[in-house]
Design a protein around this ligand. Structure first.
Ligand SMILES: [Zn+2]
Length: 147
């Protein structure tokens, strides 16, 4: 068994996992499935090399059912591959868009709870401004390339 797989059997992870599932009321935080027959996983919203599974802040961990966990993991990998293709010049704009999206989400680890409406509008504006900055940068890059 790999070191990584062994770590998921560690009692420190087992304890952390139960703590997160209890916080999330034994319910998938994406589709809200729960009860018998639903296998719940605790999802790491990010990983860092050299960090044990239990060495993450609680707000970076979330309870998901097996099928949502699989979908989220796949989608995150795909986004990560796309981010790798973004020019370093555009990373600032991308970061501001991602921050704004995270803040518009209403629940738990996926965002701020009970965000005021004006704040949500401000986040929405930040998303559009980030997107506008990106398309302007792409236009200027094309113009510069054509010159
Ligand atoms: Zn689910």
């Amino acid at each position: 068994m790999s070191k990584w797989a062994t770590q998921f059997r560690d009692s420190r992870w087992q304890q952390k996992r139960l703590e997160i599932m209890q916080r999330d009321e034994w319910m998938c935080q994406s589709c809200y499935d729960s009860g018998e027959g639903v296998t719940l996983n605790v999802h790491h919203t990010y990983y860092e090399k050299g960090r044990a599974p239990w060495e993450y802040e609680n707000d970076s961990l979330i309870t998901l059912c097996e099928s949502c966990h699989k979908a989220v993991t796949e989608a995150t990998r795909s986004i990560s591959r796309s981010i790798g293709r973004i020019s370093p010049d555009h990373l600032d704009a991308i970061t501001s868009i991602i921050d704004a999206i995270c803040k518009t989400a209403k629940n738990g680890p996926y965002g701020i709870e009970n965000v005021a409406e004006e704040e949500q509008l401000a986040f929405g504006r930040a998303i559009w401004e980030g997107a506008a900055r990106l398309s302007i940068a792409a236009f200027e890059a094309r113009k510069a390339g054509a010159a």
